[in-house]
Write a protein that binds this ligand. Sequence first.
Ligand code: NAD
Length: 696
Amino acid sequence: MSAVEYRIEGPCAVLVMQNPPVNGLAQAVRTGVMEALDRALADAEIKAVVITGSGGHFSGGADIREFNTPKMEAAPSLHDLIAAIERSAKPVVAAIEGTAMGGGLELALACHYRVATGKSVIALPEVKLGLLPGGGGTQRLPRVVGLELALNMIVSGTPVPAAKLAQTELFDAVVESGAVAAASQLIADRLAAGEVPVLVRDRKLVHADAEAFLDIARLNVRAMAGAYPAPMACLECVAASTSKPFDEGLRFECEQFTLLMNGEESKALRHAFFSERAASKIPDVPSDTPLRRIDKLGVIGAGTMGGGISMNFLNAGIPVTLVEQKQDALDRGVATMRGNYERSLKKGKLSQDKLDTRMALLTPSLSMEALADCDLIIEAVFEEIGVKQQVFEVLDAIAKPGAILASNTSTLDVDRIAGFTRRPADVLGMHFFSPANVMKLLEVVRGKATAKDALATVMALGKKIGKTAVVSGVCDGFIGNRMLEPYVREALFLVEEGASPQQVDKAMERFGMAMGPFRVGDLAGNDIGWSIRKRRYVERPEMFYPKLADRLCELGRFGQKVGKGWYRYEPGRRDAIPDAEVTALIDSHRRELGITPRALSDEEIVSRCVLALVNEGARLLEEGIAARASDLDVVYLSGYGFPALRGGPMHYADSLGLYNVARSMRGYAASAHGDRAFWTPAPLIEKLAADGGTFN
Ligand code: NAD
């Protein structure tokens, strides 16, 4: 299939971009459009050109498969195409159906006319990757939709249906269907009328009080953008469209685009975007592996996790049988789910119809036999190996052949659980995060014996229910919690040395974490970490733990649920208020250890906490628990509140330079209080640092 089909329809040449799935402007497409345009211009019989796309889409913009390859920059560029269209002696019409986004919309904006179907989706979404529309979008869009609308669209990147823009000058016609036929008709009419089209670049931008409007917009965008530079750069480019001649505005847009493109934030956001796509690919599992059918789901345990897990599938239209031991627990679980849906209903996020449809897909039951016809059964019962054993032995007896058996365990050995059945190839872990109906991350735990098709099926299902699924091998804590443990431990060492919990939290929050480690502890419940540590003291006595958190738990300070933890909480409120009792506890703990507190800089706090994640992450890679460093980044970005503008811990380490990372770690090994052995850089870091390499 050629990248652009050339067809003659009466006096029009129709150019059809063909690059599934959304006609991204790959080099072949750009070349094809240019050649087809030249052909039309050279043909005296042709009076006008219609550009459109195949497969129901105009164009989704840059072809992401060419990102970071020389093809991305190769001529003809989008700018070359735009210039050629604007110089064309014959009028060019964009016939838009489906998607017209980014560079696709910018191409359309260069055309002499635009016709769209009402349902087409229009956007300049570059800001979401920390960029701005660099193909003239910031200069042309305000000239056709007005300053305010253009600013909203460009700063937010939000898609807008063409029907909503029908009253603007963006479109010369918005039709129900048949954009190409409508475009041909429009051009015939305009040619017959002898109309001379005015290019968007030559139109005047009229706004009664652009400066005053922009001043207010600056305040709002600055507050909304925080540390992200792209939204303000978008705003200043749109502002330039009001104050500068067109070509000067274009030059300004180009400069700003280059600055963003080379900036750390956009690199991090682009890394995050590509990492998420990469996470769905499993190196030794072919992408065309036949998947098992999942038409019916079973969930065991209607507690905190089981209810939330079930909701994901009900939301996706998949029937769920939910099994509990006792009627009251089952009723409670179902009531909680209904309550969640009713809250969405009250907020206007869900219709009564949808609520009823979803609840109708749920079959609550007290009998494990009810799971006999399920294609996938997820166990979310108590975190005790004996209970898991009992459940999996029963499942082995009753589940149909080929059913996938999954455990939501956070800490137990999935291989051991698989060993409770005679079908370990069908067993894997599906580690959801709480609240399971909200959190994006899903760790899919691959056991030693897990079949490739079972793994591929669950990864695909994860996507279907809107999760970001990442494969983890079997280890204590899987990827996320295993990296979290040294991070939290380091935060505790920092407090023993002289920082306060609030200083650590503030430093990490300024770095961009959604919440500092002590606030997270209070939210999740400090008793959870306590029970894990108690297990560690027995199983791995060589591990070195700060005892401060145990002292806190001995006082019953389990966190928000009891109104006190590292902070205190007023009834019904979540504001973390520093508490003198905690300060006194920390002081006496330091005295017991003979530590004279010292002042710690925020920089040291951030470095030690983040590098603790990085060192453990490197070990996970060495052990083959994670397939690639970017998977670790995805886990932290989607499940642990790591700031997107840092691209994940491993990307952040790359940006620091692994030589510098290893050097800092050696420094902590020599001087920091705490587990000095931990700070020996993982061999992978030493190797990459020596070779000048990176994780990603
Ligand atoms: P929970 O105590 O809230 O719920 C467990 C439910 O399982 C209870 O309602 C109990 O009645 C039911 N149950 C126990 N044995 C059963 C059996 N044999 N048959 C049917 N039902 C049975 O626990 P939870 O927080 O939902 O945790 C469940 C699992 O999910 C655990 O393995 C836990 O480690 C894991 N997990 C929990 C979280 C979290 O934040 N709570 C996060 C990730 C994973």
